[in-house]
Design a protein around this ligand. Structure first.
Ligand code: FAD
Ligand code: FO1
Length: 447
């Protein structure tokens, strides 16, 4: 059964006799997907067909062929998997504000279900689709374990304020998923998707090469989870801040594209590793930090700008605007890893080459951009641009919060005041040197 608190009726309407449509966007998976589960429940209750649609936009924030390639391969697997359940999967191309309403009309849809996403671009898409349709329009939070809009109705100050709210609600929401049922038959006339044409419709940068070290899709995500928990979970708690160790789960690209459910990951940890020393710190990141990002992006629409920083951070950064910057780099110099510092350059190259910079280095990397940019606004812009262009897991609430935490003290507190940073937490080379073998890390990326 699905918990009603995961479902929001965005707009009432008159149901027709046609199919129920799940407009898949954030949660790109067949199994463990509350939005799909709810859509199927609606369809079966009303004895109507169930259809899934994904609308492919020609550009999405700074995404390149690296991220689109990963996503599209995952979507192709969804088309095949859904066929086994007699659920047609449509792919529309272009602006969802036109494509979704026209598909709904074409197949005389009786209800529309979408998945929750706090990003501005998604909320605009939905608002504009809602204006053009008159059937009931639902939204299901299939991304968070405790629904974002249930946890809190305001911007939380930090992990310490949202954590108790999440932990109190976990027993109710960390529940098992019902299995997807096979529909009676394929009830709409359907042509399989021309993926070649879809790929050609993209207007994106094709120079940022796709990665091969991580296989896209729902079943690969399950394998990565299994390998991480069985073979690498032991080192997570002690080595997760060591960029030279392969201690992280590598789940973020799959979680970003919704190719795996965070709730499934948490259920697996709870069922088989609840006593494991790494569970506490891993679940803190997976549940509290991740859901804190959705909270920030939903309730603070300035999540990607200086105005979105807490007042204390704006004050202190304004006070130090005129401080002398020892180094100032342009976007190009940062992007080409041409700063004076080998450690920073190595982190930039790790991201450019692998599509996934180590979490510890991301903090260091973004804070150095603050230190070596002419203004905090410029620093935030550069950090977000590079993060969204090269990271597989970029264009995500975690990324906007990660950059805002590093540059603007979001969810952090004030530290001892210093030039340029003011009271924003500082990180430096010697601090990194104490933590791990930086020469080993540098050698990996700077030959
Ligand atoms: P693991 O440690 O195995 O974590 C498992 C999961 O927990 C992650 O996939 C993620 O969903 C969640 N998680 C872990 N750390 C954080 C965190 N600090 N905040 C929120 N959730 C977290 N994460 C992204 O998903 N996309 C981004 O674009 C992104 N950009 C970042 C930029 C900066 C400047 C900073 C400081 C952090 C950024 N993060 C981003 C957060 C974090 O670095 C990554 O989620 C993590 O490194 C992903 O690797 P993993 O899944 O192997 O990590
Ligand atoms: N969502 C869509 O509904 N259609 C797209 O074509 C699409 C492309 C895309 C490319 C890269 C990327 O990182 C995300 C993309 N998304 C797309 C959004 C994604 O599904 C996530 O919802 C958000 O990025 C995270 O909130």
């Amino acid at each position: 059964m699905i918990n009603e608190k995961r479902i929001r009726l965005l707009q009432k309407g008159d149901a027709t006799s046609g199919p129920v449509i799940y407009w898949m966007s954030r949660d790109q998976r067949v199994h463990d997907n509350w939005a799909l589960i709810f859509s199927q429940k609606l369809a079966i209750e009303k004895q109507k067909p169930l259809v899934v649609v994904f609308n492919l936009v020609p550009t999405f924030l700074e995404a390149t062929i690296r991220q689109y390639g990963f996503m599209m391969r995952g979507l192709q697997q969804i088309e095949e998997e859904l066929r086994k359940y007699n659920i047609p999967f449509f792919l529309t191309l272009g602006n969802p504000e036109n494509e979704i309403p026209s598909l709904l009309n074409k197949i005389n849809a009786s209800a529309l279900v979408s998945d929750f996403d706090p990003l501005k671009i998604k909320r605009i898409w939905k608002r504009n689709v809602a204006k053009k349709i008159s059937i009931p329009f639902y939204e299901v939070d299939a991304h968070n374990i405790v629904p974002c809009l249930y946890v809190s109705n305001k911007v939380e100050f930090g992990a310490y304020t949202i954590r108790p709210k999440i932990h109190k609600a976990l027993p109710e929401f960390l529940d098992e998923f019902p299995k997807l049922k096979k529909m009676k038959n394929f009830e709409v006339d359907y042509v399989s998707i021309d993926w070649e044409k879809a790929e050609q419709s993209l207007k994106i940068n094709r120079d940022v090469k796709e990665v091969t070290w991580l296989k896209p899709g729902e079943s690969s995500a399950q394998k990565v989870l299994k390998d991480f928990l069985e073979n690498r979970f032991d080192s997570y708690s002690e080595d997760r801040n060591n960029p030279n160790k392969n201690a992280l789960s590598n789940l973020s690209p799959y979680l970003h594209f919704g190719q795996i459910s965070a709730q499934r990951v948490a259920l697996t940890v709870e069922q088989f590793y609840s006593k494991h020393p790494s569970s506490k710190s891993f679940l803190e990141e997976l549940i509290v930090r991740r859901e804190l990002s959705d909270n920030f992006c939903y309730f603070n629409t300035k999540y990607d700008s200086f105005e979105g920083f807490p007042d204390w951070a704006k004050r202190t950064l304004n006070k130090h605007r005129k401080d002398k910057r020892e180094f100032v780099y342009s976007l190009e110099e940062f992007e080409q890893a041409k700063t004076h510092e080998d450690l920073w350059n190595a982190a930039q190259l790790e991201m450019v080459k692998t599509g996934k910079m180590h979490g510890y280095m991301r903090m260091y990397w973004a804070k150095k951009i603050l230190e070596w940019s002419k203004s905090p606004e410029e620093a935030l812009k550069i950090a977000i641009y590079l993060n969204d262009k090269y990271e597989l897991d970029g264009r995500d609430p975690n990324g906007y919060v990660g950059c805002a935490w590093s540059v603007g003290g979001v969810h952090d507190r004030a530290w001892t005041e210093r030039p340029v940073f003011g009271k924003i937490r500082y990180m430096n080379y010697s601090g990194a040197k104490r933590k791990f073998d930086i020469d080993g890390y540098i050698r990996k990326f700077i030959t």
